[in-house]
Design a protein around this ligand. Structure first.
Ligand code: THU
Length: 147
């Protein structure tokens, strides 16, 4: 078993499948500028897996990362209970700050595994809350954590 969030547990088999699905998803990347392919797979408690790849734009800052594409597909289908995410790329990148904030809105303790397009070593689980402590929220309860 692979545990990140104590409430969220996935098996080694599920993790391996989630890596394969992310690798496959990376093939759809639209990345004419960076040529850097990223694939993402998001497993929901519903059992469904949503995928994403990076979508670039001539106006570079408009680019959408693979993580936000996968998460948006799940959110759009009202599938908001998330178990685990995998992200694969040529150099095992971790989610950018914008993606951390985006994911934190829906699943602050989501466990994420990072791997390579071509397979091999996996890093994880890393929780969104570890990657982005003090994420921005409008919740008043957060104020009590600030001194
Ligand atoms: N990218 C992602 O899709 N996810 C990440 O976690 C990091 C970066 C994309 C954005 C851009 O298309 C390319 O990778 C190079 O930064």
């Amino acid at each position: 078993m692979c545990t990140g969030d104590p409430k969220a547990t996935i098996t080694q088999l599920q993790l391996e499948e989630l890596v394969r699905v992310a690798q496959e998803a990376s093939k759809a990347a639209y990345n004419p500028y960076s040529k850097f392919s990223v694939g993402c797979a998001l497993l929901c408690k519903s059992g469904k897996i949503y995928t994403g790849s990076n979508i670039e734009n001539a106006s570079f800052s408009v680019t959408i990362c693979a993580e936000r594409v996968a998460a948006s597909q799940a959110i759009h289908r009202d599938d908001r209970d998330w178990l685990a995410m995998t992200v694969v790329s040529p150099s095992r990148v971790t989610p950018c700050g914008v993606c951390r904030q985006f994911l934190s809105e829906f699943s602050p303790h989501l466990p994420i595994w990072i791997g390579y397009l071509q397979g091999g070593d996996l890093t994880g689980p890393m929780l969104v809350s570890q990657m982005l402590p003090f994420a921005m929220t409008l919740s008043p309860s957060q104020e009590s954590n600030l001194s």
